[in-house]
Design a protein around this ligand. Structure first.
Ligand code: ATP
Length: 360
């Protein structure tokens, strides 16, 4: 098991800084998800770790050794790519042990490792097939098999499940997590899917424009988002963010965040009136999508639901359990939430404000 440390790592492409002073630590045996929107620098960070890109600044230590300048083969990392990178003309077995053959690992040892990986991944019946004769999930397992036989203490995965359908993705998430724990591998896993990161990782590193916006356990990012960007990225559906002006409380410029699961339909005093624009019935729960503020194309006075005149409309989502009767599109409903469920963010930069503002 190996500890991975990135210290102030940067990478520039011309005038563009793709990775900008990234600090992160993956403890031995930890599963770290690098999460963030497209283009935020996740893959580049992984490639820097693998040695596939040179660092323009900072250092990379793996297992306590400075490997910033080391070539990929000396880093003790295995990498699994989104496109699996399998050789079409080689069999499953040959694909799995390819790296071992290149490194001249003796044949009996290759066979031992192949047999173990095939057993772990349930690939035994497919070892003689070509990749084209496999399903997407089976190809993904072959790519994982390569990482397993390499016995590298650190494994890097770049969006490994993005080519699979939703059901298989869910199954493979559990399989990868189980394997990683069983083998005690230190895992760095790139994804833009917050559900994937939250369900698999011990630690989530959320990146934005080349920098780390926040890192911590999934519970930290969900419960204590340090910026409105984190609040809006984590959670499905994401946190509702509204200008405080809509509620006429505190500094009207501040942003107020309430998670869809913390909102409820008010039976008496409502904190906010909202128009229902859609209802998504999901069986055990429903999502009620509402708008607050003036309707599109309407002046901010007159019939507006927005007492402050702040620009709108603002969309928000309420997540409810089973209700005897769901609201209908066009209906105006009252919304409420507990005071301690509110997150406050500054209008500039969206930083979390820990001290709630005074009431009106
Ligand atoms: P995605 O989820 O879309 O794969 P990402 O977060 O992995 O995105 P990167 O692939 O790391 O993002 O790219 C970060 C930024 O660096 C992007 O703006 C990208 O266009 C740029 N970039 C990446 N590789 C190169 C390159 N070889 N040359 C020039 N620019 C690059």
């Amino acid at each position: 098991m190996s500890r991975v440390v990135l210290h102030n790592v940067s990478r520039r492409f011309g005038a563009h800084t793709a990775v900008d002073g990234v600090n992160l630590v993956a403890e031995p045996g930890e599963f770290v998800a690098l999460l963030g929107p497209s283009g935020c620098g996740k893959s580049t960070t992984l490639r820097l770790l693998a040695g596939l890109e040179p660092c323009d600044g900072g250092s990379i230590h793996i297992g306590g050794v400075d490997l910033t300048q080391a070539p990929p083969a000396q880093r003790g990392v295995a990498m699994v790519f989104q496109n699996y990178a399998l050789f079409p003309h080689l069999s499953v077995a040959e694909n799995i042990v390819f790296g071992l053959s290149v490194r001249r690992v003796p044949a009996p040892e290759r066979q031992r490792r192949l047999a173990r990986a095939a057993e772990l991944l349930g690939l035994g019946p497919y070892l003689d097939r070509k990749p084209s004769q496999l399903s997407g999930g089976q190809r993904q397992r072959v790519a994982l098999g390569r990482a397993i036989v390499a016995k590298a203490p650190v494994c890097l995965m770049d969006e490994p499940l993005s080519n699979l359908d939703a059901q298989l993705r869910q199954q493979m998430r559990a399989e990868i997590r189980e394997l990683q724990q069983r083998l005690g591998i230190t895992m760095l896993y790139v994804t833009h899917d917050q559900t994937e990161a939250m369900t698999m990782a011990d630690k989530v590193v959320l990146m934005r424009a080349g920098k780390v916006e926040q890192q911590g356990s999934p519970q930290d990012l969900y419960g204590q988002p340090q910026t409105s960007f984190v609040a809006g990225f984590i959670g499905s559906p994401a946190m509702n963010l509204l200008p405080a002006a809509l509620l006429q409380q505190g500094n009207p410029d501040m942003l107020l965040g309430v998670r869809p699961e913390d909102m409820a339909m008010a039976t008496d005093a409502a904190l906010l009136q909202a128009r229902v624009v859609a209802v998504e019935y999901l069986g055990a729960e429903s999502l009620v999508i509402c708008e607050v503020g003036p309707e599109r194309g309407q002046a901010t006075t007159g019939q507006s639901l927005d007492p402050s005149g702040a620009s709108g409309p603002h969309r928000l989502v309420l997540r409810t359990g089973a209700l005897p009767k769901l609201p209908r599109r066009g209906e105006v409903i009252g919304l409420t939430w507990p005071a301690d469920a509110v997150h406050w963010f500054s209008p500039l930069g969206g930083q979390r404000i820990t001290r709630p503002p005074p009431g009106p």
